[in-house]
Design a protein around this ligand. Structure first.
Ligand code: SAM
Length: 255
C-alpha cells in the first residue's frame, strides 16, 4: 500500500523531473495524453499545465494514490489499472508519459512495446527513471536489509527493475525512430538524514513497511539512518545535500 500523503510531503523535490521532462517537449501540441503510473497526480498536473486543451488520462494501480489525484484534479480521468499489463482499451495517444513509475514493474521491454502500440504514428513516449541502484542511499538500505532474518529478505530480491542507459537505448530503438536520453543530478537540500529517511519512506523503503512487523521495521530504519548519516555527512551549514540521479528518455515514432 502507498502512503499518498507521505509521498506528497516532498512534492517540491518529486515534481521537478516531470517539469523538466515536460519542458523538453514544449514544441509539441499534444491532444491526447496518458500519464502511466500517475500516482497522486503530481506528474499529471504538470502535463495539464503545459497542454491545458489536451484530453489527459492518468492510470495507476494504487487506490490511495488515485484518491489524492482525483481530489486535486477533478476534471481529469483517472483509472485504476495494473500498467504492467496491456492498456490498449484506453485508446490511442500522442504522448505517453511515465515519471518515476517504470522501476516498479519487471518487464520494461514489454511495457515500452505496449506503449508504442498505443501511440499514433507521430506519437512520443517520455519517461523518467530514478537511477537509484547507483546511489549511496540504495547501498545504505541494502546494508541495513542484510541484517534482517532471511525470511524477510527473500521477498526483496529484484524489487526494483532499473536497466543501464545503454539497455534502455537498445530497447527503445527496437520500437522507435528518434531516441533522446540524458541524466540529471538533483541536489536536494534536506534537514539532516532524518529527512532523507523520511523521503525514502515514501518510495524505496515502502515495500519494507509491507513485509516487516513494527519492531523489526523500527530496528531496520535505525540501521538505515545510521548508514545514511555515514554516507551523507552534514554540510558546513548543518543541511544535508542529497544528490539524486535520474535518467530521462524521449522516444519518437517518427525520426
Ligand atoms: C513514485 S510514484 C510516481 C507517481 C507520479 N508519476 C509522480 O510523478 O509523482 C510510482 C507510482 O507507480 C504506481 N505503480 C507501481 N506499480 C504499478 C503498476 N503495476 N501499475 C500501475 N501503477 C503502478 C504506484 O502506485 C505509484 O503511484
Amino acid at each position: 500500500m502507498w502512503n499518498a500523503p507521505l509521498y506528497n510531503k516532498f512534492g517540491t523535490e518529486r515534481i521537478q523531473p516531470s517539469v523538466d521532462l515536460v519542458n523538453r517537449l514544449s514544441g509539441y501540441d499534444f491532444k491526447r495524453i496518458l500519464d502511466v503510473g500517475c500516482g497522486t497526480g503530481m506528474s499529471t498536473v504538470t502535463l495539464a499545465n503545459a497542454w491545458n486543451a489536451a484530453a489527459i488520462s492518468g492510470a495507476d494501480l494504487s487506490a490511495e494514490m488515485l484518491e489524492l489525484a482525483s481530489a486535486s484534479l477533478p476534471d481529469i480521468r483517472f483509472i485504476q489499472r495494473d500498467c504492467s499489463k496491456p492498456l490498449d482499451d484506453l485508446g490511442k495517444f500522442d504522448l505517453i508519459f511515465s515519471n518515476a513509475f517504470m522501476q516498479w514493474i519487471p518487464d520494461h521491454d514489454k511495457f515500452i512495446a505496449n506503449c508504442c502500440g498505443m501511440l499514433d504514428e507521430c506519437g512520443v513516449f517520455a519517461a523518467q527513471i530514478p537511477l537509484f541502484d547507483s546511489m549511496p542511499a540504495s547501498k545504505c538500505i541494502k546494508d541495513a536489509a542484510a541484517d534482517l532474518p532471511n525470511e524477510y529478505l527473500k521477498d526483496f530480491k529484484e524489487r526494483f527493475t532499473i536497466h543501464s542507459p545503454e539497455e534502455y537505448y537498445l530497447i527503445l530503438k527496437k520500437y522507435f525512430g528518434d531516441v533522446q536520453m540524458w541524466t540529471t543530478d538533483y541536489y536536494h537540500e534536506m534537514d539532516g538524514c532524518e529527512s532523507v529517511l523520511e523521503f525514502l519512506k515514501g518510495t524505496a523503503l515502502r515495500p519494507y513497511f509491507e513485509a516487516l512487523d513494527r519492531e523489526t521495521m523500527d530496528a531496520f530504519l535505525s540501521k538505515a539512518l545510521k548508514n545514511l548519516r555515514a554516507a551523507y555527512p552534514s554540510a558546513a551549514n548543518g543541511k544535508t545535500l542529497f544528490p539524486f540521479k535520474r535518467l530521462f528518455l524521449i522516444a519518437k515514432k517518427q525520426t
